[in-house]
Design a protein around this ligand. Structure first.
Ligand SMILES: [Fe+2]
Length: 303
C-alpha cells in the first residue's frame, strides 16, 4: 500500500510539472487571478494522499485516472497532446497491469518477417486491429466490473464477466501467439521440453500430428493449445472453441465454487443463493493461500 501511495505521489509531482509547463496561458487580465479549477482539484488530490489510513486503493486509482483524463483533455483542447493516463499506468504499479490498463504488446518482429508463410497484410490486420480490439474490450470490462464493486451495483455482472472472458482470452492468447512464432522458427524443440514431449506423447512426430489434428478439427473458430498441467505433471493438447468458455487462458485458478446442481440441489433445491452464502463458511483459506503463493512464482512480462 505505501509503495503504491509513494509512487502515486511521485506521479503527481511529474504530472503537475507537465501540466504547469503546458497549461494554456490566461490572456485575459480580468481572468488572471481566477484560480484554475483543475489545478485546484489536483492539489487537493495530492494532499489527500498524505492521509494514508483512510485511503482505498481502488478509489484512489479511479480518482487519479479521472483527473489525468481531464487534464489530458484540457491540454488537448489547447493543441498540446500529452498522455498523462498512460504515464500514470506505466509508472505506478511497477509490474502490475492496473485495472483497465492492458496494452497491445508490440510484435517482436516486423510485419513481413513471417513471409511467405504468413503475409504482411494478415499480420498487420491481425495484430493492429483484432488484437487491439481485445485489449480495448478487456480494459472496458475490467473498468465496468470495478465500477460495479465500488457502486455495489452488479446488475450487469453477467455481461461484463462474459466480455472479460472473451476479450481477456483473446488478449492473453494473442500475446503468447506473437511470441511463440519467429522468422528463425521451425524445426524441433530441444532440452527439457523435448524430453517432456517424448514422455507425454511418445515422440515429437506423434505430438505434431496430434496438435495439427486438434487444430484442423476445432469446430468453427478457435485455437489448438499445448498446456502443462501442474496437477497431472504432463503436457496435454486442448482445443478452445472461439477462445473461451467464459474463462481466460493464461490464468491460474485459485478459489473455485461448484454451482452445478449436483453440488447443492439435494439439500438446497433451487436456492443456489443460500448454498453460495453458506459455502463461504467452509472455505479453506490456507489452501487458497498456498495456491496463490505457488501461482505467483509464474510471471510473464506484463501487457
Ligand atoms: Fe487471432
Amino acid at each position: 500500500m505505501s509503495t503504491y501511495i509513494n509512487s502515486l505521489k511521485q506521479w503527481c509531482e511529474e504530472v503537475f510539472t507537465i501540466y504547469e509547463e503546458n497549461k494554456p496561458m490566461e490572456r485575459d487580465n480580468l481572468q488572471a487571478d481566477k484560480k484554475d479549477e483543475l489545478h485546484e482539484q489536483f492539489v487537493q488530490f495530492k494532499e489527500s494522499l498524505t492521509n494514508e489510513d483512510s485511503l482505498d486503493e481502488l478509489e484512489i486509482y479511479n480518482r487519479a485516472n479521472e483527473l489525468a483524463e481531464q487534464l489530458e483533455l484540457k491540454l488537448k483542447e489547447n493543441g498540446i497532446p500529452v498522455q498523462l493516463t498512460d504515464k500514470m499506468r506505466a509508472d505506478n504499479q511497477n509490474n502490475m497491469v492496473p485495472i483497465g490498463g492492458h496494452k497491445l504488446p508490440p510484435l517482436p518482429y516486423s510485419y513481413n518477417a513471417l513471409e511467405p508463410y504468413i503475409s504482411q497484410e494478415i499480420m498487420r490486420l491481425h495484430h493492429d486491429k483484432h488484437h487491439q480490439t481485445y485489449v480495448d474490450g478487456l480494459n472496458k470490462a475490467e473498468r465496468e466490473m470495478q465500477k460495479a464493486r465500488i457502486t455495489n451495483n452488479f446488475q450487469l455482472i453477467k455481461h461484463w464477466e462474459r466480455e472479460a472472458a472473451f476479450h481477456g482470452a483473446g488478449h492473453y492468447l494473442h500475446t503468447i501467439f506473437w511470441n511463440i512464432m519467429s522468422p528463425d522458427g521451425g524445426g524441433k524443440p530441444s532440452g527439457n521440453l523435448l524430453m517432456e514431449i517424448n514422455r507425454s506423447f511418445g515422440s515429437f512426430d506423434k505430438f505434431k500430428k496430434h496438435f495439427s489434428e486438434a487444430a484442423n478439427n476445432v469446430e468453427g473458430v478457435g485455437w489448438a493449445i499445448l498446456v502443462w498441467s501442474p496437477r497431472a505433471h504432463r503436457l496435454e493438447i486442448l482445443q478452445a472453441e472461439k477462445h473461451q468458455n467464459l474463462s481466460q487462458w493464461d490464468v491460474i485458478p485459485l478459489l473455485v465454487l461448484d454451482v452445478w446442481e449436483h453440488a447443492y440441489y439435494l439439500q438446497y433445491k433451487n436456492e443456489r443463493k443460500k448454498y453460495v452464502d453458506n459455502w463461504w463458511k467452509v472455505v479453506n483459506w490456507p489452501e487458497v493461500e498456498k495456491r496463490f503463493d505457488t501461482a505467483q512464482r509464474v510471471t510473464w512480462q506484463p501487457f
